[in-house]
Design a protein around this ligand. Structure first.
Ligand SMILES: NC(=O)c1ccc[n+]([C@@H]2O[C@H](COP(=O)([O-])OP(=O)(O)OC[C@H]3O[C@@H](n4cnc5c(N)ncnc54)[C@H](OP(=O)(O)O)[C@@H]3O)[C@@H](O)[C@H]2O)c1
Length: 213
């Protein structure tokens, strides 16, 4: 199992050690996913190390607020380059390899923000709405061999964030009255990776019910 990183080498190596402790082969691979040449070189490294590619989880993204009248071309290039273009080029490289064996799973992490408009994050929401449409288009393009699905998380709380007033407000307006935790998303990834045989082109929203509130 390969772990891609851009800046967080130490954290990626710690994840590799956790995977190896579970008995699986692993490696950390650097690549800026917004750069197609770096993506291709990352997959070439994986070809040399692993016999086959079964699964791709497109998780890399950036998230930052901006008012509509402050957004620059650089902001758009960054958010679309990483969140949308990076997701596509990783999927393209993975699908080329999976097609050789006529099987595979691609899971694109999108966001509730790709389904609901958040005005201070309109660039992020647009990039994640793009990831959702990309998921549907790729699912048709790669059928019947490769399943392509998306997971759209709502607000996920990391340790220390519980007392943040903005999160408290979100939690109050969430039907399950809580934020998610990273394991909620990881468990759904594992389910799709290990058990999915019949879902493709779908968006699995996991948000404590916020999308229906
Ligand atoms: N947290 C939430 O509440 C929430 C809600 C909805 C959706 N999501 C989605 O869930 C995913 C994970 O979110 P998170 O909160 O864990 O984000 P995070 O803590 O900010 O982590 C983002 C990851 O993306 C990687 N990344 C950023 N730019 C990259 C690039 N150019 N090339 C390669 N990797 C790059 C970073 O790697 P390095 O550190 O190595 O640079 C980092 O590991 C994202 O797709 C996010 O949009 C999160």
């Amino acid at each position: 199992m390969a772990v891609n990183y851009h800046h967080s080498r130490r954290e990626a190596q710690a994840t590799v050690r956790e995977i190896e402790a579970l008995g699986a082969e692993s490696m950390a691979v650097p690549a800026d996913v917004s750069k197609p040449r770096q993506v291709e070189s990352m997959f070439a490294q994986l070809d040399r190390r692993f016999r086959r590619l079964d699964l791709l989880v497109n998780n890399a993204a950036v998230f930052f607020p901006s008012q509509w009248d402050q957004l620059t071309e650089q902001d758009w290039d960054q958010i679309l380059g990483i969140n949308l273009k990076g997701t596509f080029f990783c999927a393209q490289a993975a699908a080329r390899r999976m097609m050789a064996r006529k099987q595979g799973q691609i899971i694109n992490i999108s966001s509730l923000g790709g389904l609901q408009p958040w005005p201070r994050y309109l660039h992020y929401c647009s990039s994640k709405a793009g990831v959702i449409m990309l998921t549907k288009c790729l699912a048709k393009a790669l059928a019947p061999h490769i399943c392509v699905n998306s997971i759209a998380p709502g607000t996920i709380l990391f340790p220390g964030e519980e007392s943040n007033p903005a999160f408290k407000k979100i939690v109050r307006s969430t039907p399950l009255r809580k934020g998610g935790c990273p394991a909620d998303i990881a468990d759904l990834v594992v389910f799709l990776a290990a058990k999915n045989r019949f879902a493709t082109g779908q968006v699995f929203t996991i948000d404590g019910g916020k999308s229906i509130a």
